[in-house]
Write a protein that binds this ligand. Structure first.
Ligand SMILES: [Cu+2]
Length: 141
């Protein structure tokens, strides 16, 4: 019995360690994209899979960190459009889980090749900021 408790304690410590190193703010330098920030936030965007294929569903992990170091206590939504064509996706992505500073989202699909643009809306304390990210879906993807 004593052994089991010790093992459980060690496991929970290990999981806490993994969680903090992966997701705690500020965003690690290897993930930071300099352009992806607003007055108040730094964000990092990871698509899953890393390479988007035309017509196939993909997921997005959006990490949101406040520049002032306070914990982020708001909500995010995401959309994507092709600005040159004036249309969006045929899907409505949604946040499926929030883990530390990371918002796991699913339901994205780019149904055409060409220039797409993600729009991430960050709402907190009654204010909304939108951060845009261009994504060129090239032939052969
Ligand atoms: Cu289009």
């Amino acid at each position: 019995m004593k052994y089991k408790n010790t093992a459980l304690w060690a496991l929970s410590l290990l999981m806490a360690g993994i969680s903090f190193s992966a997701y705690s703010c500020p965003i690690s330098d290897d993930k930071k994209v300099p352009d992806l920030s607003s007055a108040q936030y730094d964000i990092s965007v990871t698509t899953i899979p890393a390479v988007i294929t035309v017509g196939e569903l993909f997921k997005v992990d959006l990490e949101v960190c406040r520049k002032d170091g306070a914990p982020f206590n708001g909500e995010v939504t995401a959309a994507a459009t092709m600005p040159a064509h004036k249309h969006g996706m045929n899907y409505q992505p949604e946040v499926i889980a929030v883990e530390e500073s990371v918002h796991h989202m699913e339901g994205f699909a780019f149904h055409m090749l060409g220039s797409w643009q993600f729009a991430f809306q960050i709402r907190e304390n009654g204010k909304t900021e939108t951060i845009l990210l261009d994504y060129d879906l090239k032939p052969g993807s």
